[in-house]
Design a protein around this ligand. Structure first.
Ligand SMILES: [Cu+2]
Length: 279
């Protein structure tokens, strides 16, 4: 029974618990919800009471009331005060939702590889300037994630993964969200709000996962026939495990590229150079 109320409320409130910004959104929502609940109960209770107390009776004559200045001024001022309080609270919390915070002390060290640091005039960085930046690329119908660690000066050779993003726990992750074709929408509810991936534009957000685990999401805007299959998961693992995974992923991609190069050379030898793309 003690779990019933929190469980019911959780059904009506945003998912949270994955990242500090998602928790802030959740607490803002709950403040508004509780105020609305009190007003809802007061209004509906008053209505129900009035219906019963002043129901039609034989011989009863209804009182004819024409306005009540004090009451009307009262509810107008009260509504304005509530609105103002909610606005002040929202703006007070907004920066901690939008702006990335520093990683926790036991997060990934983000040291040793300058590729892990990212600077941009538009992107907001944590106060210490350090975050793990991942580029989220939306395309029909799969999400691609590009991690820092480009091996070539033009930015190529960076490790990447599809559908599942792997991140270190307790580390500020900044996202650079782009699209290759149509508008998609990046959304992992437990890790914060929705962000559109719009062709030609960059959108930025961030999160920090405390607990290792899987956080699920789904492209949140209808982007074509395969939209339903455009799922996304974020897998949070301890920093050491992440570093090992990233190195392994990089190695797998390098090996696959070597195999592709051999296959291309073989095809070119059979068909003549220029017959195969990217010789
Ligand atoms: Cu999509």
């Amino acid at each position: 029974m003690g779990h019933l109320l929190p469980a019911t409320l959780a059904f009506f409130t945003p998912q949270s618990g994955g990242s500090p910004n998602a928790n802030q959104i959740d607490s803002l929502f709950k403040v508004t919800l509780y105020i609305a609940l009190v007003i809802f109960i007061a209004v509906e209770g008053g209505l129900a009471y009035t219906l019963v107390r002043f129901r039609a009776r034989k011989g009863a004559v209804a009182a004819q009331i024409r306005g009540n200045t004090r009451l009307e001024v009262g509810w107008t001022v009260a509504a304005a005060v509530i609105l103002l309080a909610l606005a002040v609270l929202t703006f007070a919390k907004l920066s901690s939702i939008q702006d990335p915070a520093n990683s926790s002390p036991n997060g990934d060290k983000l040291a040793g590889s300058s590729g892990l640091l990212y600077a941009s005039a538009e992107r907001k960085l944590p106060p210490n300037g350090k975050s793990l930046n991942i580029t989220v690329i939306g395309r029909q119908y799969i999400w691609q994630f590009v991690y820092p660690g480009a091996s070539e000066p033009d930015g190529l050779g960076a490790p990447y993964s599809y559908e599942q993003m792997v991140v270190p726990t307790n580390t500020t992750i900044t996202l650079d969200i782009v699209s290759e074709d149509v508008v998609h929408s990046w959304w992992i509810p437990q890790l914060g709000g929705k962000f559109q991936a719009v062709p030609g534009y960059h959108n930025y957000t961030w999160f920090e996962v405390e607990k290792p685990g899987l956080y699920r999401g789904q492209c949140a805007v209808l982007c074509g026939r395969g939209h339903a299959r455009m799922i996304a998961t974020v897998k949070a693992v301890p920093p050491a495990q992440f570093d090992a995974w990233l190195a392994h992923q990089k190695q797998l991609i390098a090996e696959a590229n070597v195999q592709a190069k051999i296959a291309r050379a073989k095809l070119n030898a059979q068909t003549g150079a220029g017959q195969v793309e990217n010789p």
